[in-house]
Design a protein around this ligand. Structure first.
Ligand code: FAQ
Length: 308
């Protein structure tokens, strides 16, 4: 059997493609694109919550938030390593991000206005991430699928801390309850956009499903997230900002309103409320860290006996 046949058989048998296996160039490119976008999202995703570390309302909340943001850095590094197994270069991926040539999730281009946003990010954004990523634990590329297992475990923990934070605020003052409702109003629709464009407008889905990189369509996962979130919102005592949201007994799912796809397109094209700031911050961090990378490379060269 040649490489192409082995690859087809691996996919057909639901086995994993590993770094040294032959794979079609299109598969390699798609995996690098998705893993890099995912890694970039984790790294840029540190910023909205990171902005609240110095302003967390108690030492306990500060310690929790620090640990969460640190976990996100870990996920990003994990994922860059997975991309490297496909021959990608991490420095090159970072450059592409900074120059706006590679995407990261639309969700991180919205501001975090109050501390309730930290809770809502845990509840809804991590909730959506888990919904999308649990099936990726069975994705066909081995290093990505295995990375997802650990990442999903940590994100489940993040989701619960967000929910717990919100439940605490909902037991607080009227002003705190208003903050939670306001944050929910602002993050609900962008969270639904995290699953990507509708299936009919998703250029990558058909091939990614055939290669078993993606296991469910964008719309199926979005529906799963809505169904999961409605009872959670009820338990919290917040209202999801969608008058069209109602149970449909025939479909056995919640119906929901129309997503503003023009807003989604604007945000992924770079014109969301925080795109410029997020990239500027990332660029600054890269520049500030240049001397560390140079020193580490010089040290490694010295230890290897080569001229520095
Ligand atoms: N934002 O043909 P499709 C997290 C792009 S969770 C920006 O449907 P595909 C954890 C798409 O890439 C967030 N771009 O694409 C956390 C494609 O771009 P192209 C990260 C989007 O790949 C929580 C084009 O539109 N999670 O970080 C978005 O088949 C809390 C056409 O779309 C992942 O990345 C979007 N929302 O499906 C961290 C999960 N949606 O072709 C901190 C892995 C689509 O121009 C705090 N990724 N695009 O390069 C996936 O599952 C898939 O890539 C999808 C998109 C479902 C996101």
């Amino acid at each position: 059997m040649d490489g192409a046949q082995v690859f087809e058989e691996t996919i057909a048998k639901d086995q994993r493609v590993e770094p040294r296996d032959w794979m079609p160039e299109g598969y390699r490119k798609t995996m690098i694109r998705q893993i890099a976008q995912h890694a970039h999202s984790e790294i840029i995703g540190m910023q909205p919550e990171g902005a609240w570390i110095t302003r967390a309302p108690s030492l306990r909340r500060k310690a929790i938030l620090l640990a969460k943001v640190q976990d996100e850095a870990g996920h990003g590094l994990y994922l860059y390593s997975a991309a490297e197994t496909l021959g990608a270069d991490r420095g090159d991926l970072t450059r592409r991000l900074i120059e706006g040539r590679q995407k990261y999730s639309s969700i991180f281009n919205y501001p975090t206005l109050t501390f309730a946003d930290v809770g809502v990010i845990g509840w809804l954004v991590d909730g959506a991430a888990i919904c999308n990523q649990v099936p990726l634990c069975r994705s066909s590329y081995g290093p990505y699928a295995r990375a997802m297992i650990r990442i999903c475990k940590e994100e489940s923990f993040h989701q619960r801390q967000g929910y717990e934070l919100l439940a605490t605020m909902m037991r607080g003052t009227a002003a705190q309850r208003e903050m939670v409702q306001d944050a929910t109003n602002r993050w609900w629709w962008p969270s639904l956009m995290m699953f990507g464009p509708p299936d009919k407008d998703s250029p990558n889905s058909a091939q990614s499903m055939a290669w078993k990189i993606k296991r469910h369509s964008n719309d199926d996962l979005r529906q799963r997230f809505v169904d999961m979130s409605v009872p959670q919102a009820e338990a919290l005592g917040v209202t999801l900002p969608d008058p069209a949201l109602r149970w449909n007994a025939e479909r056995d799912h919640y119906d929901f309103g129309e997503i503003d796809w023009d807003e989604f397109k604007r945000v992924i094209a770079g014109s969301g409320p925080m795109n410029a700031e997020r990239l500027a911050h990332r660029r600054r961090a890269d520049e500030d860290g240049a001397w560390v990378r140079e020193a580490a490379a010089a040290h490694a060269a010295k230890r290897a006996g080569a001229p520095a």
